[in-house]
Design a protein around this ligand. Structure first.
Ligand code: ASP
Length: 341
């Protein structure tokens, strides 16, 4: 009788231990951009809409993982939801260049094989994340740009849209505001030399780049990022998102990373690969490494955030802006979505 009791206690404590381990193990983390996101500027309806679509995106990726699909499938499915929603600066909600065009960037990376694919400056691919995946899986290259990348996506059988598909009133108005503010600013302070050199005078024009890192049942990580870049960017400008190692990186041995923020600073600091290197060569945790890499960006004058997930299911989501749309889901399906600090 006594041993039966002991057995029961042991059994239930092991069960509880396993449940709490499951709860702590994250299988996906997403972001929907960082910037001056303040509660006072948000309506309850808008906030609810953001939370709803972030939740839907997490569920879409989780369904892939649960059904035994790869982390790449989970990343792609999740990012499709965010690209198809006009709230985010990716796919349908992409921001405008100075010339009034939508030029989209995206990247995806497989942590198991270190294969990667990316596209920059595409204008007709409905879901640039799928174009990035096609570059990775169906070509011998890593990165394709402009009309060639559009052409490749078409030949790969992806959905092609008229560039008008990306037109939204909110982003168009955003461009008009940016043009006006930038010219006023240039007159007032003779331009901020550094940002002028970068071709963007007011950098806070970039809400809603999207990213996802997933960990599948086989223990493989994948990371992806998709963006319209920065409002009022110059012709041909490419941000960090499609640059492997800067805005996107993934390695099963360390972590998957997707960044968002003032891209030029993320490129110059090679942020995503730095995080992986700090983990690989210095033995830092995903949290410590992410903090160090983002601090560097901040010290140089850049702003933004990032998400990272390691092979054990630990996440980091640091940002140095007022807010970052972000969310996680654990192995047992618990969703958490946040916006502000
Ligand atoms: N990092 C993106 C870029 O510079 C923008 C963003 O994440 O908001 O293109």
């Amino acid at each position: 009788m006594k041993s039966l009791k002991l057995f029961a206690i042991l059994f239930f404590s092991l069960l509880t231990l396993n449940i709490s381990a499951q709860q702590k193990k994250y299988v996906m983390v997403i972001h929907g951009g960082a910037g001056t996101i303040l509660k006072k500027n948000m309506t309850p309806e808008k906030e609810a809409a953001y939370i709803a679509v972030l939740t839907q995106a997490l569920k879409a990726g989780y369904a892939q993982i649960q059904s035994g699909k790869s982390s790449l499938d989970a990343v792609e499915a999740t990012i499709h939801i965010l690209e198809n929603d006009p709230h985010f600066n990716a796919g349908k909600g992409a921001v405008f260049t100075h010339d009034g065009r939508n030029e989209l960037d995206a990247a995806i990376m497989d942590g198991k094989t270190l294969m990667a694919g990316s596209v920059a400056g595409v204008t007709t691919v409905k879901n640039p994340i799928s174009a990035a995946r096609a570059v990775m899986e169906k070509s011998e290259h890593v990165m394709m740009v402009g009309s060639g990348a559009d052409q490749f996506a078409k030949e790969a059988g992806l959905e092609i849209v008229d560039p008008k598909y990306f037109w939204t009133k909110e982003r168009w108005d955003g461009l008009q505001r940016a043009i006006k503010e930038d010219s006023t600013k240039a007159v007032l302070d003779h331009g901020n030399k550094k940002s002028e050199l970068l071709g963007i005078k007011n950098h806070d024009y970039k809400f809603g780049t999207v990213g996802c890192v997933a960990l599948d049942k086989a223990g493989n990580l994948a990371a992806g990022t998709s963006t319209g870049g920065m409002t009022n960017k110059k012709y041909g400008r490419v941000g960090d998102a499609p640059i492997i190692g800067s805005g996107t990186y993934c390695n099963n041995e360390t972590a998957g990373v997707s960044c968002t923020g003032w891209g030029e600073f993320y490129i110059r600091n090679v942020v995503a690969k730095t995080i992986s290197d700090l983990m690989e060569y210095k033995g830092l945790s995903v949290n410590e490494a992410s903090k160090i890499a983002l601090d560097k960006v901040g010290k140089m004058g850049g702003d933004g955030g990032l998400i990272a997930l390691d092979k054990k299911g630990n996440v980091a989501m640091p940002f140095n802006t007022e807010g970052m749309y972000r969310g996680t889901i654990t192995a047992d399906g618990k969703i958490e979505v946040s916006i502000y600090k």
